[in-house]
Design a protein around this ligand. Sequence first.
Ligand code: IMP
Length: 422
Amino acid sequence: MSKVAVVLGLNYGDEGKGKVSTFLAGNSDIALRCTGGNNAGHTVEFNGEKIVFHLIPSGILNKNTDAVIGNGVVIDPKVLFEELEVLDKHGVDLSKLHISTRAHVIFPYHIEEDKLQELLKGDDKVGTTARGIGPCYMDKANRIGFRVIDMYNEDFERKLRRNITNKNKLFDLYGFPLLDENKIVDEYLEYRDKMKPYVMDTVSFLHKALDNNKNIICEGAQATMLDMDLGDYPMVTSSNPTIGGIQTGSGLSANDITDVYGVCKAYASRVGEGPFITEQNNEIGDTIRELGHEYGATTKRPRRCGWIDLVALKYAVRINGVTGLAINHLDTIGKLGKAKLCVGYKLNNVIYDEYSDDIIGHENEVETIYVDLNTEFEIAGLKDYESLPIDAKKYIEVIENHLCVPVKFIGTGPDNDDMIIR
Ligand code: IMP
């Protein structure tokens, strides 16, 4: 029987999905990305060096694992080839990479448009990663985007010139510098040729792999609360980084998925703007940021930090059908001495134990109800659950009991091996 394991972020991204994905990829024939683009980022240690992945599934580092960039992903070819160059230097077999014919392509005008749209939003800006992700998905929905396969169509150059002309009109209107049409066309004709060996119908490739009892690991990007439909709209990304996006972004069916691992931290963090009910915009948040090294892998921005929110997590667990949890940074929370876990909200004198429409849109007025726990423990690098101090176990058990899902992975340090597997 084949297995399809999915790794998803349960909060606002940066939960440490890469660590769990890398572990699971060890037993997988295929590592798959289904949504987002190079707004994601995680670092993996390989041959004593750190490799940062934004686009290519990191599972490609395993000798026997193929990597698939699925149809739901948006690809910046410049970033793709930068990553391939690094992998090539490390001797990774690049023929194991397969790129969907239907994935959409990011162009320089998407990146400029991302910056322009943010400026136009003024104080309401989303705080995007400025990688052109939103505008690329906008063009996809507007049916003026280019799928990878469209780059090989005889109409490609004409349509690309049309798009650049139209985007330049927009940039001109707002006093943005105009893009060099010929330069972009030349660049992308070159990318198209370089990309060709990797391009294939990945939907059919994945279906055949399942027919042949292969195992697949889906490396989620971003996270549940950044989901365009189910997150804190409009402070979200422009894709569906929840379980539904895994299906539409790959062509796998709901019935194919056997395990859903939801990843969170023992505290919470967020980059960019938007609600964050348990945020500690104070000394506690600053301490968590320093202890947990909470600075963005993609943009280097300092992350906003706060307490774990079990109400929002319960919502994320339910939406994604999580079958096992991964809790990272238990070692970090152990350095704080004391910690709080949010188990309820209070709004207009009503107590809520679920994240609902009543809460969404009122996040800034919500009061939090916390459980306090002692968290003074040193667990750096521990590998087995039984060796955890009682307070560390209690922390895990409170989460487990509240969310009614077993905790399968516990992060006990920054390295990929610093993990308890239950
Ligand atoms: P975009 O995805 O660049 O459009 O950004 C939209 C929002 O999602 C912003 O708040 C970003 O900071 C956030 N975001 C996008 N990708 C990630 C990620 O991989 N980790 C954390 N936040 C992200």
